[in-house]
Design a protein around this ligand. Structure first.
Ligand SMILES: NC(=O)c1ccc[n+]([C@@H]2O[C@H](COP(=O)([O-])OP(=O)(O)OC[C@H]3O[C@@H](n4cnc5c(N)ncnc54)[C@H](O)[C@@H]3O)[C@@H](O)[C@H]2O)c1
Length: 243
């Protein structure tokens, strides 16, 4: 992808590892000023060596998100990457897990939109990129009830913001990855006790015969930050899983 994000400021949530980290680095390579945020101080601060500004930010906190927006000022690009995966069917998912997934996967994007949209509007535009998943309204995936419910809501939230602000220059799109090699996926594969079997099962459902990489998803995050004629879309990037 060859977006030139020179002169733009990009804020990334959950940039300490995985797709968020790869995207912060990709925005930097595309020329943007990047503010990488996470709750994991050591992980996010290691990006400073790449010329990226770093900041602790817990997107579960209304106040922390408001404070960040007040201190940072307007940004051109907001990549809402923070999210959590719970296993379980509708019968197995607790209300607590569902509420937590709602808070981190959906409410956090409401918080950041409320905090950073006014700055985008004051400058005549901006780009919001929201992390959804194919496990959402795109595809039913077994054992992912809380995750799929909340990631489907991310797509609705994305379309709503896009429709409301398209005339004011703000674009809002969602990314829907398949299975991506990331630290939390590694944890999920180890959690069941048979890492190799879990890995083989994840790969077996990918028609390309491999998992995606965070860098492949970051390419799309960069594209959507600069792509001037698209808004309100859910971009599937899943190695052919839903082909
Ligand atoms: N890995 C996949 O297969 C995959 C597939 C589809 C979608 N996604 C989505 O991509 C996003 C990133 O996932 P990943 O697997 O690349 O990364 P990950 O799960 O390995 O890392 C998540 C990061 O989020 C941070 N974080 C957790 N709680 C936070 C909070 N309250 N505030 C700020 N940061 C917080 C963690 O410290 C960590 O650095 C998530 O929204 C996930 O649902 C991942």
């Amino acid at each position: 992808m060859s977006q030139d994000l020179g002169g733009k400021t990009a804020l990334v949530t959950a940039a300490g590892q995985g797709i968020g980290r790869a995207s912060a680095l990709a925005y930097k390579r595309a020329g943007a000023r990047v503010i990488a945020t996470d709750i994991n101080a050591a992980a996010v601060e290691s990006l400073a060596a790449e010329g990226i500004e770093t900041r602790l930010l817990d997107v579960l906190s209304d106040q922390a998100v408001k404070d960040a927006a007040a201190e940072i000022g307007p940004v051109d690009i907001l990549f809402n990457c923070a999210g959590v995966v719970h296993g379980g069917t509708v019968l197995e998912t607790s209300d607590e897990d569902l509420a937590f997934a709602w808070d981190l996967n959906v409410r956090a994007m409401v918080r950041t939109a409320r905090a950073f949209l006014p700055g985008m509007l004051s400058r005549g535009g901006g780009a919001i990129v929201n992390m959804a998943s194919v496990a959402s309204s795109v595809k039913g995936v077994p054992n992912r009830f809380a995750y799929s419910v909340t990631k489907a809501a991310v797509i609705g939230l994305t379309k709503s913001i896009a429709a409301d602000y398209v005339a004011q220059g703000v674009r809002c799109n969602a990314i829907c990855p398949g299975t991506v090699e990331s630290p939390s996926l590694q944890e999920r594969m180890r959690a069941g006790g048979d890492y190799e079997a879990a890995r083989a099962a994840f790969i077996a459902r990918q028609p390309m015969g491999r998992l995606g990489t965070p860098e492949e998803i970051a390419d799309l995050a960069v594209y959507l930050a600069g792509a001037s004629y698209t808004t309100g879309q859910a971009y599937v990037i899943d190695g052919g899983w839903t082909a």
